[in-house]
Design a protein around this ligand. Sequence first.
Ligand code: KG4
Ligand code: ZN
Length: 342
Amino acid sequence: MGIVLGIESSCDETAAALVDSNRRIIAQRIASQDEFHRPYGGVVPEIAARAHADRLAPLIAATLDDAGMKLAQVDAVAATAGPGLIGGVMVGLVTAKALAMASDKPLIAINHLEGHALSPRLADASLQFPYLLLLVSGGHCQLLLVKAVGQYRRLATTIDDALGEAFDKTAKILGLGYPGGPAVERLARLGDPRRVKLPRPLLGTAEPHFSFAGLKSAVLRAKETALHADADLAASFQQAALDCVLDRTAKALGSIDKPAALVVAGGVAANQTIRAGLQSLAAQHGLPFVAPPLSLCTDNAAMIAWAGIERLGQNDPLDFLARPRWPLDPDAAPVRGAGIKA
Ligand code: KG4
Ligand code: ZN
């Protein structure tokens, strides 16, 4: 049995968690920075880094207190080492290094995307490799074949915006504030998903890549015409996004041997409409569908601690550098238009 302390600070959640190899989340704390970033309509990297620096150490102490544990009782310290907003990542990684050094425990540097990718295995002990993972967050939108811990084949990525980014920008256009995804989902419940005609970028193309920039621009133009109720716009946007997700995921499924399951992870996996659509797609393909509970979908430290459990035995050097970019599949061919997305 092992216990790992996990630390997450790559975006706007400061989080710490203790997880054991029996998949028990012994304790976890998350401090959201929503209130700091809301006035700017998005995450301000400098403000995020400072807030992580202020809050992380006491948050870790409180998490250990909640568990009634001392640092000496953990088997390793795992922290997100990238990709993400580099100031925040550095705060988390340096803190983890200090704790590992002081307690003479191994340091495990975790790829944040791997944290998301393996989080369904924390929630569901029966989930086997290989699974097809739709990883949809604020910064990433990828289809990955998860073959084993550390073995990922990227089948698709976005050529412009991530899906969560599209939700956030739609929220901004509709004046729903930040963070946008949950607000768009709530408003969409009151609207008609067929009312506003919106594009489905890349639908039907041979490669299963994503594109959402055109959809977002279409939402902006539709809003400017003032012809539609905001709820109809939100619902129609969500439907268009779902149609793209289902078409692209089906395309990826058609390009690989039958996986053990269809899995969704990342912040947008909290969206009930997207979950339900994927669930029926999985059923059509005779696949189990696995989605982590909502609290494990958005950024959290339990998934980082769990990735640490999956990697127990690893001991990263104290000069391990924080990585602003860190693709899960370094061999994936670059996609035209994909810009700096990892
Ligand atoms: O995984 P995450 O917490 O952070 C990143 O690593 O990016 O994902 C955050 C993203 C944001 O874009 C947020 O708007 C989106 O996930 N999100 C949602 C929902 N909850 C969070 N998008 C749609 N519907 C939701 N219910
Ligand atoms: Zn994330």
